[in-house]
Structure formats: C-alpha cells, structure tokens
Design a protein around this ligand. Structure first.
Ligand code: S3P
Length: 189
C-alpha cells in the first residue's frame, strides 16, 4: 500500500520537534516512524540513541549500571536531540517523568501523549516482554502501578491522542489531525 504524504498544509508542523510520550507498548516508535515519513521530517528513537551512545542494549544498561544511571543518560540524550533539527522523537516510557526533560520539551517541542488503556497494553506486552521494568513476579500488576503513577504526569503533554487498539494508520492520522488543529489554533490567536 502506498503511504500518502501529508499535504503542504503541514509545513509549519516541520518547524518544531514532535515528541511522542506514553507508556511501554503505546506504539510511540511505530506511530512515530510513519508520522515522520508522512510529514517529511526525520524520525528519532530516544531508546536507540541511548543504546548507540552507551554501546550496549537498554537491558544491559539496567543490569550493569541500574535504572538511576539509565535515567541520567536518557536525560542527556533527549536534551541533545532537542537541541538539533526538528524531528519526530519517540521517547521511552519513563522519559517524561523527569521534570527537567518535561520542562525542556515544553520549551522546545510539541508533546503528544499516546494514551492507551491497561487492557490493550496488557495484551500487547504479553507478546513482547523484553522490557527490564516488566521483569517482575506480576508484570500486569507492575504495569497497573506504572499507569497509576505515570498517567497523571503524561497528562501534562500538549496534546492527548487516544490510541485504543486502532490500526497504526488510524492513530497516525489522529495524531496528524490533532497537530493540525493545535497549530491552526495557535496561529489564529
Ligand atoms: C522504560 C521504557 C522503555 C525503555 C526502558 C524504560 C520505562 O521504552 O526506555 O526500558 O521506564 O517505561 P519504551 O517505552 O519504548 O518501551
């Protein structure tokens, strides 16, 4: 299937980085790649950049250095990406929990929370359980606890898109529409 590019109406969207936030399994990377392609800007995955900078996988970073060190590296890498060219940036699920990162995103980018229900996430993560934070006795309970802690903070994002269990294309279109409305509203004030 040929992917339609968004029209030139989205040119102004290209001027500022779009940061996708949300919990593990929300679809930030999958949605981000297609969104970037359609808008016509670069896609960057923060987790991949962290792995590149560290020279090992995220699982290894957690095992060798612990979560606190991972978080420091995550803040540094995201700050570096935000100082570069506008892009679509998919962040790891814990990145937006850092106040410093949240403030930087507020100042330099437009943030979009891909909100997904516990039920949809639990189903998705059952199939792909490589995440260090979910290596617990009861991953579903851990996921619930993360949702309770993080969703009130994700709520600070500029835009919220309910991703549900929709096909990726539908979510991408919803995000684009939301961004379009957001920029149009900003331009008209
Ligand atoms: C994390 C989510 C992961 C990754 C790391 C920590 C989190 O990214 O950054 O395992 O704290 O939720 P994804 O959200 O892309 O899975």
């Amino acid at each position: 299937m040929k992917i339609e590019k968004f029209s030139h109406k989205f040119d102004y969207v290209k001027k500022k980085t779009i940061v996708l936030v949300g919990i593990m399994g929300a679809g930030k990377t999958t949605v981000g790649k297609i969104l970037a392609d359609r808008i016509g800007i670069q896609f960057v995955d923060a987790d991949q950049e962290i792995e590149r900078a560290a020279g090992c996988t995220i699982t290894d970073i957690f095992e060798k250095y612990g979560e606190a060190e991972f978080r420091k590296g995550e803040e540094r890498v995201i700050s570096r990406i935000l100082s570069g060219q506008p892009c679509v940036l998919a962040t790891g699920g814990g990145a937006f929990m850092s106040q410093a990162t949240r403030l930087l995103i507020k100042k330099t980018a437009t943030s979009v929370w891909l909100r997904v229900s516990f039920e949809v996430l639990a189903k998705r993560l059952e199939k792909r359980s490589g995440r260090p934070l979910l290596q617990t006795v009861d991953p579903q309970q851990t996921l619930r606890a993360l949702i309770n802690k993080r969703y009130p903070i994700y709520n600070d994002a500029d835009l919220i898109v309910d991703a549900k269990d929709d096909a990726v294309d539908i979510t991408v279109s919803k995000v684009a529409e939301c961004l379009g409305d957001y920029y149009n509203a900003k331009q008209s004030v």
